[in-house]
Structures are given as C-alpha cells and as structure tokens.
Design a protein around this ligand. Sequence first.
Ligand code: FPP
Length: 267
Amino acid sequence: MSRPRGVYEDPTAAASIDPDGSADGLHVAIIMDGNGRWAKERGLPRALGHREGVAALRRTVEGAAALGISRLTVFGFSTENWRRPPREVSELMGLLKAYFRSDIDRLERDGVRVRIVGRRTGLDADILDIVERAERRTAANHRFVLQVAFNYGGQADIVDAARAFADQVERGIARPEDLTEGLFESLLSTAPAPAPDLIIRTSGEQRLSNFLLWECAYAELVFQEVYWPDYGPDHLRAALDEFGRRERRYGAVSDVPNAEDNILAAG
Ligand code: FPP
C-alpha cells in the first residue's frame, strides 16, 4: 500500500495514485551493493561486476510490478562515488547511458515512468540529455516508476533543499516560520514521490551510506546476503516476505491495546 509522500501529514493514509503518477503499490528502494566483490571473487575486473549489475537491474525491474511494487528507487551513483578511480567513474557513467539507450523503448512500452533523482549539476551534458529525454518520453506512464538516484547523496539533497528554502526567504517568498517537515521534503529532489516503504541493501553490508536520509524515517530496512549482480525477482520476493512480517507503527502503538491499557481505560 503506498502512502502520500509526507509521513508527517498522515502516515497511515493510503493513496490510490501517487502525486507524480504511479499506481497504488509499494515503494521499494535498493542499494545495489557488491558488484566489485562479485567480480573479484571471479578474478574479473570491477567493470564486469557493474555490467552484470545492469543485467540484475533489468531482471529486478521486470519482476517488481508482479510483486506489488509500483515504485523502485535504485542507488546508481552517489555523490561520494566521484572518489573512485576515473576509469570506474567513467564506466558507471557509460553504463547509465547505455542502459537508457538500450532499454528506453521497452520501458516506455511497459508503462514505466523514469525519474532521475539527485544533483543534475556536475553531470556531463550528454548524460543529462539522455536521462532527461528518458524522463520526457515516459512522463505519461503510470504503471510503474523507476527512480534512479544518480549523483545523489542524502546529505547533499538536504543541503540543496535548505539552500532552496533560504533562497525563498531571501527573496521574500517565505518566512522562516513557514518551514514545516512537509514543505521541506517538497524541496528534496525525490519530491513528490512518497517515502520508501522498504529499503534493501545487498551484499551483507548493513548501513545506509547516505541514501534517502530524510525519506528513510519510517522505512523498513532489509539486508540481504547476495551480491547485486546475482540479484533478481526471487531475492526481491524474499525481501518482501521479510517486510510483510514487520509491524509498522509510525511512532504510534499497535491497533490491539494490551491488557494494561484495557485496565487503565476501564478504570
Ligand atoms: C556498488 O557496488 C554499486 C555501485 C556503486 C554502482 C551501482 C551500479 C550499477 C548496478 C550499474 C549501473 C546502474 C544503472 C542505474 C544503469 P560496489 O562497486 O561498491 O561493490 P563492492 O562494495 O563489492 O566493491
């Protein structure tokens, strides 16, 4: 069940259509980790791990809708990934371009809307051109949303939103006291998407690594012991099974009052 974006507005309310057009369903975000280790274990260059990672992404996107997911956000390149060797950075940029070139027709046909989240400044013009064309071509699609976090960092996104609000104050459009959680999150690059219900990280590492820091407030976290290049719909189903066993309370108590509450209420 998807929720409106602002967890602060009404965390338990359900929406049939998200503000930016995806059908009702879960929002799952994935930190696609382990490409390098997958390659190393096979004596292959890291680049091949990333290439297999694209194949895993394709499999996962294709299987996601059938599992009740209507939005998938994947961490394709972080603001920190610029620190990698230039060859690897350029390989990752090349893979993003190749992915959209080769897959855009099918994504469009399959009703997938593509969105890129993160900082657009700093990206080469040819990348921007390809991703923005993909966004335009799929803008009317509603069946499924694929969000690719690219040149994305949770802290950078929060700083950019803070700067945008400060700019509004400076121009006299807003006053500091106008700032609410809802207004702030509308300024994030992920807006107006709902917050993720579930964040998955592959490869066995158990941290968020600057992914969706604001949006993760009430997300369930699932860590899976599989390198990303081996990932596919069966792993996604296993993560959803785990998610289904969790109880989400959004800071409230569960529906069934415990015995002590009953005694207090009666008394
Ligand atoms: C983490 O593995 C993965 C990345 C930094 C990049 C993820 C990219 C892809 C799956 C391919 C391209 C993406 C798109 C959107 C087309 P790692 O290199 O940190 O692995 P390691 O921790 O084992 O070294």
